[in-house]
Write a protein that binds this ligand. Structure first.
Ligand code: PLP
Length: 396
C-alpha cells in the first residue's frame, strides 16, 4: 500500500462508497464458478445463475417491502431515474410533470429532454431549509399532470423530503408518484408499501456494492413503457443479459445496510462532532435543514473562498471530500441546490460537502476539522474580498 493510500480519509460517500469485503465475497462465486448466462436454461450452470438472480431479487424485494416481480434491475440510479420518468411520460396521456428544484441531474436533465418534446414541468420550491411543502404540491397539480417525482434525500445537503405525505396527495389525485431514493436507501428505513410510492430508484455503489448495478421498484399496475428492447430479460421491460454478480452484490449490500440502520447513531455523532468544530470558523454556515437530513451529511459554506480550492487543499492532505455540486467538473455555475435555498452566489461557491460512512472515526473528524480550518484561512489570505471585509470590521 502506498503512503497516500494509508493516509486516505474518505468522506465522499454520497459520491460513491468502498465495496465492502463481504459484498466482494458474496459476488465472487458468480464470476468465478457460477458464471453462466441466466438465459441458458438448458444446462445447470445457466440455471444456477438464474436461481441466484431470482433469490437475490426476492431478497431485495423483502428488504424494500414489496414483491419480487416489482423489482427490475438496472445499471444504476441514473438509468432507473430516466426510465421511471420517460417510461411514464411515454405510456401516459397528458403533458405535465411535477418535481422539486433540488433533484439530481439524473432527474432534471431527463425532464429537460422531455420539455424539448413538448412536456411541461413545475418545479416545487424548497424554501431556505431544502424541504418541499406538501401544500405546494397540492396547488401545483393540474388536470393533465401525469407524474410527480420528488427525491427522498438530497445528495448535496442531505435533506429528507416528506415522501409519505407527498405520495398520499398523489394517490388522492390518482397520479403516479416516483421517488429517487438513491441517497436514502441504506440510510433510512424504507418500506415502499408504507411510503405509498409507485416507483422508487436505488443504486448499488452508494451502499457499498460496486458501480453498475441499481434497481427500480415498480408497483404492480403502474404503466411504464419498456426501457430497452432485446432478448426479453427482466420480464421484457429491460432487456440485456443480467448483471448476476452485481445483483448478488446489491442484495448483500442492501441486507447489510438495513441491518446497520440500528447502529446509525454513531455516524450522526461523528457528523455533529465535526460540525461543532467547523462552525467555529468565522463566516461559515450549515446548509439545509438541521433536523430533517441524513446523519451522514454535512454541507457547509465558508464565505470568501472557492469550494474547489478548498477541495484541492484537502486532497493534498489526503482528504477526499466534495463541494457537493457538479460545478467543479464542467461549469462554474453554482450548485442549483444551494441556489434553490435562496443563498447568494458567493456563499454557494464556498461550499463543502462531507458525507460519512460507518468506517469513519472521531480521529478522522479531528484531522478534517484541523485541515479545513487551515485551508479556509489559507484561501482567505488570498482573497481581496476577505481583506476588504477585515478592513471594514477593523474600522467599525
Ligand atoms: N440520484 C441521486 C440522488 C444521486 O445522488 C445519484 C448519484 O449521485 C444518482 C441519482 C445517480 O445514480 P448512479 O450514480 O447510480 O447513476
Amino acid at each position: 500500500m502506498s503512503d497516500k493510500e494509508k493516509k486516505l480519509i474518505y468522506v465522499d460517500n454520497a459520491a460513491t462508497t468502498k465495496v465492502s469485503k463481504s459484498v466482494i465475497e458474496a459476488m465472487l462465486p458468480y464470476m468465478e464458478t457460477y458464471y453462466g448466462n441466466p438465459s441458458s436454461q438448458l444446462y445447470s450452470l445457466g440455471r444456477e445463475a438464474k436461481a441466484a438472480l431470482e433469490k437475490a431479487r426476492q431478497g431485495v424485494a423483502e428488504l424494500l417491502g414489496c414483491d419480487a416481480n416489482e423489482i427490475i434491475f438496472t445499471s444504476g440510479g441514473t438509468e432507473a431515474d430516466n426510465w421511471a420518468i420517460k417510461g411514464t411520460a411515454y405510456a401516459t396521456k397528458g403533458r405535465h410533470i411535477i418535481t422539486s428544484k433540488i433533484e439530481h441531474h439524473a432527474i432534471l436533465h431527463t425532464l429537460d429532454a422531455l420539455i424539448k418534446q413538448g412536456f411541461e414541468v413545475t418545479y416545487l420550491d424548497v424554501y431556505d431549509n431544502g424541504i418541499v411543502r406538501p401544500e405546494d404540491l397540492e396547488k401545483a397539480i393540474r388536470e393533465d399532470t401525469i407524474l410527480i417525482t420528488v427525491m427522498y434525500a438530497n445528495n448535496e445537503i442531505g435533506t429528507i423530503q416528506p415522501i409519505k405525505a407527498l405520495a398520499e396527495i398523489a394517490r388522492k389525485h390518482k397520479i403516479p408518484f416516483f421517488t429517487d431514493a438513491v441517497q436514502a436507501v441504506g440510510k433510512l428505513p424504507i418500506n415502499v408499501k408504507e411510503l405509498g410510492v409507485d416507483m422508487l430508484s436505488l443504486s448499488g455503489h452508494k451502499i457499498h456494492a460496486p458501480k453498475g448495478i441499481g434497481a427500480l421498484y415498480i408497483r404492480k399496475g403502474v404503466r411504464l413503457s419498456n426501457l430497452i428492447e432485446g432478448g426479453g430479460q427482466e420480464r421484457g421491460k429491460r432487456s440485456g443479459t443480467e448483471n448476476v454478480a452485481g445483483v448478488i452484490a446489491l442484495e448483500q449490500a442492501l441486507r447489510e445496510a438495513v441491518a446497520d440502520l440500528t447502529d446509525k447513531d454513531k455516524v450522526g455523532k461523528l457528523r455533529d462532532y465535526l460540525a461543532d468544530k467547523l462552525i467555529k470558523i468565522p463566516y461559515s454556515r450549515i446548509n439545509g435543514d438541521i433536523k430533517n437530513r441524513l446523519d451522514e451529511n454535512l454541507n457547509m459554506s465558508f464565505e470568501f473562498i472557492e469550494g474547489e480550492g478548498l477541495i484541492m487543499l484537502l486532497d493534498m492532505n489526503g482528504i477526499c471530500a466534495s463541494t457537493g455540486s457538479a460545478c467543479s467538473t464542467s461549469s462554474l455555475e453554482p450548485s442549483h441546490v444551494l441556489r434553490a435555498l435562496g443563498l447568494p452566489h458567493e456563499i454557494c461557491h464556498g461550499s463543502l460537502r462531507i458525507s460519512l460512512s460507518a468506517d469513519n472515526t472521531f480521529e478522522e473528524m479531528d484531522y478534517i476539522a484541523e485541515k479545513v480550518t487551515w485551508a479556509v484561512n489559507r484561501l482567505r489570505m488570498m482573497s481581496p474580498l476577505y481583506e476588504r471585509k477585515l478592513k471594514e470590521e477593523r474600522s467599525k
